[in-house]
Design a binder for this molecule. Structure first.
Ligand code: PMP
Length: 410
């Protein structure tokens, strides 16, 4: 019964990681996986995380008991505050439901399971391109995905016209997955004005917005700024449809492997005669069943650390500094790479590298160029040409620029 099981290709990103670790050449540079590295190329444990860990372990009530099914309340409430803002009307109106998840992917999984139970017939629209795992997560729950244009390859800009056309053409009530900030893989976000247009069109067609927020604080270094699209969405869509938000703390707290995240659902505003509490109660019971079946109870250790950071003002302050440290080093590396390419006279325009934001740059390098970067220069990135800028540092950026120069001219 096992003999005809199809062999699937290895996950592209983790394949790169493996080839990189087996590569004995020096220098070698990993621009594949989206994880922050410091200026010496090492993973960085944020000072705010170290301080929070110390506080937790010194607490006399410290233990490793199970959390409740919906997670650590101090995490979910703190997470909701940074996502929707201190003055959120939806929060004041008690329309937000939050449960802890296994990082951002786990939150997407809860969303997918929820859709498969209650909106099975709806199409889930994903940007072209998008994080490849999106398709995976929704399709493994039996949902059908479709695509909306996002990236205009010719001038490396947002294809707003194509995006809006897709919103208009999609069957009313479809689900649109929107990257809240620092779009992966392009590093290109709509402007505030463009977000207004996109969300107005989504509202007009009665679509459902699913925000994937994996990089809050990473795009600009500022949590409020990076939550702009989500908050505008909540404002514009609350009269129309539920809004789903998948929040990851992998990148902005640098706790990739600890799997800290939250799933939020905003219940639309109801007629006064409708009993919102009973709607929320029913939804909570369904979410509890989903979480129980998937993980029984959420992971505790990372959640305690993030909850401390979100609720202890001195740690929150330190965390804000840590996010600026990460985002500004990435910005500096964007400029350094672009400047080296310009100085080398590398054919093409490289300004998009500094105009894009977040962890990644969609470099425009072709799959052939990427393959040559790996085989001839030991510089690793995904075949789409997406480079994790966090892998660059003062010690390797010139080397990478020279390698790019060589493959572009080849
Ligand atoms: N969404 C996007 C767009 C991402 O880039 C990622 C991480 N690469 C995730 C979700 C999920 O990340 P995690 O599960 O590690 O929080």
């Amino acid at each position: 019964i096992l003999n005809n099981i199809e062999l699937l290709p290895a996950d592209a990103l983790f394949g790169i990681k493996q080839r990189f670790s087996q590569d004995n050449r020096e220098p070698k540079v990993d621009l594949g996986i989206g994880a922050y590295r410091d200026n010496t190329g090492k993973p960085w444990v944020l000072p705010s995380v170290k301080a929070a860990e110390k506080l937790i372990q010194e607490d006399p009530t410290y233990n490793h008991e199970y959390l409740s099914i919906s997670g650590l309340p101090q995490l979910t409430s703190g997470a909701s505050k940074i996502m929707f803002g201190e003055d959120s009307t939806a929060a004041k109106e008690k329309r937000i439901i939050s449960v802890q998840s296994l990082s951002g992917t786990g939150a997407l999984h809860i969303a997918a399971k929820f859709f498969s139970l209650f909106f099975k017939e709806k199409l889930v629209y994903l940007s072209t391109p998008t994080w490849p795992n999106h398709k995976n997560v929704f399709e493994t729950q039996g949902l059908k995905t479709s695509a909306y244009p996002y990236w205009n390859d010719a001038d490396k800009s947002l294809d707003l016209e194509g995006f809006v056309r897709s919103i208009k053409d999609a069957p009313s009530g479809s689900i649109f997955l929107l990257h809240a900030c620092a779009h992966n893989p392009t590093g290109l976000d709509p402007t505030k004005e463009q977000w207004g247009t996109i969300l107005d069109e989504i509202a007009k067609k009665g679509h459902i917005a699913l925000f994937d927020s994996a990089y809050q604080g990473f795009a600009s270094g500022d949590l409020d700024n990076d939550a702009f699209a989500v908050r505008l969405g909540v404002e514009k869509l609350s009269e129309v449809s539920p809004i789903f938000i998948c929040q990851s703390f992998a990148k902005n707290v640098g706790m990739y492997g600890e799997r800290v995240g939250c799933f939020h659902l905003i219940v639309p505003r109801q007629e006064p005669s409708v009993d919102v509490d009973s709607i929320k109660k029913a939804i909570n019971s369904q979410l509890a069943k989903i979480v129980r079946s998937e993980v029984s109870t959420p992971a505790a250790y990372g959640a305690k650390i993030v909850a401390k950071i979100l609720n202890e003002p001195s740690l929150t302050q330190q965390w804000h500094k840590d996010m600026v440290t990460m985002s500004s080093r990435i910005t500096k590396m964007r400029h350094s790479l672009r400047d080296h390419l310009v100085a080398l006279g590398t054919p093409g325009n490289w300004d998009h590298i500094v105009n894009q934001c977040g962890m990644f740059s969609y470099t425009g390098l072709t799959a052939e160029m990427v393959a040559r970067l790996e085989s001839n220069h030991a510089v690793y990135l995904v075949s789409s040409g997406r480079a994790s800028i966090a892998g660059l540092n003062d010690g390797n950026v010139e080397y990478v620029a020279k390698a790019i120069d060589e493959v572009v001219r080849y």
